[in-house]
Ligand binder design. Structure first.
Ligand code: PHE
Length: 441
């Protein structure tokens, strides 16, 4: 018997646990900073609506309908063997690559949490703080230690299975996450920089937008919603067939977007209050938050809470990445769920070592970290999403698509039209332009 989520709420928690992660709290603020703010945010929001939401619905539907892993789901729906199963195969590859660098960043967070708890930030000056991430990146032994720990915790949750592991994890991690994030937003609202942060995120200046920013926005909308790589097909496959996908999908996409905007407001309020540069890249979160809290009474507790929040978000995403791989191998290769978890967590951990060493030992040789990030976010995930939109728009019969919405309603027609024409064209154009940019440097 295939396991199932205990209900709709459990699915919403697990799926938003997958969607909400480092992409929202770490990546979204820093790429928004690098791409000039408001105009980028508008493109990102539009992409979520016209590309992200339809593909999200498609993926959950495919999984739910087939009740199978990301590869075989296409065979079940399309008839065996479907060429579209390539989506699942590429998805498993993406899950591998993403988790290998994601776990390294997860390790940075654990390491910062440890620093907070052992008092490294008490009375630290802004200069010391801004050098901390750099210091960690130069120290390969520490990086490997924290990467290993993060991967162990991830595997420890996934080993418990769908209900006993992933669902139970998400039920603790996600509510804790929301409470902490709301608390942080309230605190930062009283900072001098809040108004500037608001303006930075919501006042568009289109002259700052480049072709590259558009590719970045499209790629990020896939990354942040965990699309184009089988995660939502896999999670959808544990959803009972009677559940209505449409409203659930809206809830998850909305939650993910709200969290990204909240995290952006928090991060930029601090950035502007302390006169930092919004475009300071991946280090943004690791310096802004300690700067804010190290100067506040009781700040250590808040900082500890902040890194706990990011740890929760990162773990609940990492488990979905691992489950994509585990679900496939345990279902198709006659392996127990436990055994598949141990073996593949081990292999991904080993590949992750290359990412951790990219910052030190391998620096100047090859940047695996950046390569895995860019090749998945800018190429593999959009490509997977493009094929999924085509499958959903052109292969699945019209009545079935309308069935998801309870009939041929306006929303149903809209989503079908978008998946047939708009989403594939938009993603294809952006990918071609982006790829030629990437190749020609
Ligand atoms: N959506 C996650 C985040 O925003 C990352 C992720 C991508 C998780 C793909 C699962 C699958 O951090």
């Amino acid at each position: 018997m295939r396991s199932h989520w205990s209900g709709r709420l459990a699915f919403i928690l697990a799926a938003s646990g997958s969607a909400i992660g480092l992409g929202n709290i770490w990546k979204f603020p820093y790429i928004t900073g690098e791409n000039g703010g408001g105009a980028f945010v508008i493109i990102y929001l539009l992409t979520i609506l016209i590309v992200g939401l339809p593909i999200f619905i498609a993926e959950v539907y495919i999984g739910q309908n087939a009740q199978k892993n990301a590869v075989s789901a296409f065979n079940v729906i399309h008839g065996k063997p479907s060429p579209f199963r390539a989506i699942g195969v590429l998805g498993i590859l993406s899950a591998f690559l993403i988790l290998s660098f994601y776990s390294v960043v997860g390790g940075w967070i654990l390491s910062f949490e440890y620093k907070v708890l052992t008092g490294a930030f008490t009375d630290a000056t802004p200069e010391t703080i801004s050098g901390m991430l750099g210091g960690l990146l130069g120290d390969w032994k520490s990086l490997l230690f924290w990467h290993t720990l993060f991967m162990l915790i991830t595997a420890g949750i996934v080993v418990g299975g769908i209900k006993g592991g992933i669902e139970r994890g998400a039920k603790i991690l996600m509510p804790g996450f929301f409470v902490l994030l709301t608390l942080l937003l309230f605190i930062t609202m009283s900072l001098d920089g809040f108004g500037d942060a608001f303006a930075f995120l919501f006042q568009p200046d289109f002259s700052k937008l480049t072709g590259k920013s558009i590719l970045e926005a499209v790629g990020h909308s896939f990354f942040t919603l965990s699309l184009g790589m089988g995660a939502m097909i896999t999670y959808g496959s544990f959803l009972e067939k009677k559940e209505q996908v449409f409203k659930i999908a809206i809830a998850v996409c909305a939650l993910d977007t709200i969290v990204a905007v909240m995290a952006g407001l928090v991060m930029f309020s601090v950035t502007f209050t302390y006169g930092q540069e919004p475009s300071s890249g991946p280090a943004l979160m690791f310096s802004t938050m300690p700067m804010l809290f190290s100067q506040m009474t009781g700040g250590t507790y808040l900082l500890a809470a902040f890194f706990a929040l990011v740890t929760f978000a990162a773990l609940s995403s990492a488990i979905s990445l691992l489950e994509v791989v585990v679900a496939y191998f345990s279902e198709e290769r006659n392996m127990s769920h436990k055994k598949a978890t141990v073996i593949f967590a081990g292999i991904i951990w080993a590949v992750g070592i290359l990412c951790a060493l990219s910052f030190n030992v391998l620096s100047g040789v090859f940047d695996f970290f950046d390569f895995f990030d860019k090749s998945t976010t800018h190429v593999l995930m959009p490509f997977g999403g493009l094929l999924t939109a085509i499958f959903f728009g052109w292969i699945i019969p019209e009545e079935k698509v309308y069935g998801i919405f309870g009939g041929p309603t306006t929303a149903a027609r809209c989503i079908r039209f978008i998946s047939r024409f708009i989403a594939p064209t938009a993603v294809a154009v952006v990918m071609i332009v982006g790829l030629s940019d990437w190749i020609t440097g």
